[in-house]
Design a protein around this ligand. Sequence first.
Ligand code: NAD
Length: 453
Amino acid sequence: MSREQLVVQRARKSFQTGKTKLLEHRIHHLRNLLRFVTERRKDIAESVKKDLGKSEHGTELFETLGLEGEIKLAIDKLAEWAAPRPVEKSLLTISDEVFVHPEPLGVVLIIGAWNYPWAVTLQPLVGAIAAGNAAVIKPSEVSCHSAKVMEELLPQYLDKDLYPVVTGGVPETQELLKQRFDHVFYTGSSTVGKLVMEAAARNLTPVTLELGGKSPCYIDKNCDITVACRRITWGKFVNCGQTCIAPDYILCEPSIRSRVLEEIKNCIKEFYTDDPKTFEDYGRIINKQHFKRIMALMEGSAVAIGGDSDESQCYIAPTVLKDVTGESKVMKEEIFGPLLPIITVSGVEEAIQFINEREKALVIYVFSHDNKLIKRVIAETSSGALLANDCLVHFTVSSLPFGGVGNSGMGCYHGRYSFDQLSHLRSCLIKQLKLEGVNSMRYPPHTAKKLSW
Ligand code: NAD
């Protein structure tokens, strides 16, 4: 029996004892998870520093703060989320009990990605624990330091059988995917997402796919361009552009292009100094393979800002590309790195057309003073989310479902959405064994007389 088989078997056996159905059990483990995140803050930050060159405060801001918020919310709201939910009654059910009863699904497989190795792996875990599931946690092998710390330290805080951490690369993940789960929660690329869904289909296992894609960013000329560019520069270059919801490329009219370039240039200097390479808040590309992939994306486009790189350190400067068209190499795949192409369009009409000709994105960004224009983009496009006049921050709003649509994913999480996503919302109808007379119409013989009653 493989290690993966054994781990899943143990998790299922432990789930079958029924202990995760108790809310006290879930609260206890959520509190332990919170204790883990607070007590092990330094270990977490060090692992991310080794993986992505991120500063301690950067990790706190982008990984652990949000995670802590999600855990606290789940602890606070669990009784409400898990309670039976009465639904509207009809004449036929007026004297019955009609409600939705959330129940755990069973054993969930959580497969994490490397770019925010703690947030994207442990936030789904919050939902899994809150909903009363067992969960097998598979951190990404690419962020190997974070995976190692997770494997070593998390079992000191959580039940080892119910919430095991399994490390390893593609073969281990594939072995895990051969096992029967009750839900697979995957974060990563669309290409691997398809493989995950295919494997899950063999057992009719439902999936949540948190994928990526090219998130467009339209800057209207009726806009505070200085503020817009500050927010875009931040959203793009944080974590060296290795953010699933980073604005992938800018669309704007030719008349504002040089102003946009100028403002972004100033912001890069303000945020990361003249020498981002030596500045502690500017990280690194995760590995050489991604470094080479990102460098190759620049071919055929002109560098307007930045462009420096150092392969030995996996460093690529914050870079803005001009003279880019929809056919350029950099527009053929999700960039997932610190390159920001600017494409000119004649106005919002053409921007919408450009967006709609491509796969559905995880987010569409719009910067404008004109609320009508923003509403028009909402009405005429589709994406996982739409954020106007800012970048990334919708991820931190627990009352909004976070997820993609089409090529950017399926299903969603955060706050109550995580709980619902990893629960079965069971329909319950409790009738009384009286008032049998009203049922006569449905019993044979089916006569016209009965129907006219
Ligand atoms: P990755 O290479 O770490 O892969 C993610 C997971 O898939 C890992 O745990 C890995 O073990 C597993 N995996 C990889 N290849 C596999 C295969 N052939 N079979 C089975 N399992 C396999 O991460 P990545 O895919 O490079 O992640 C980057 C992508 O993730 C980007 O597209 C990004 O936009 C997306 N992402 C999305 C979100 C979101 O919330 N929507 C968050 C973070 C990242």
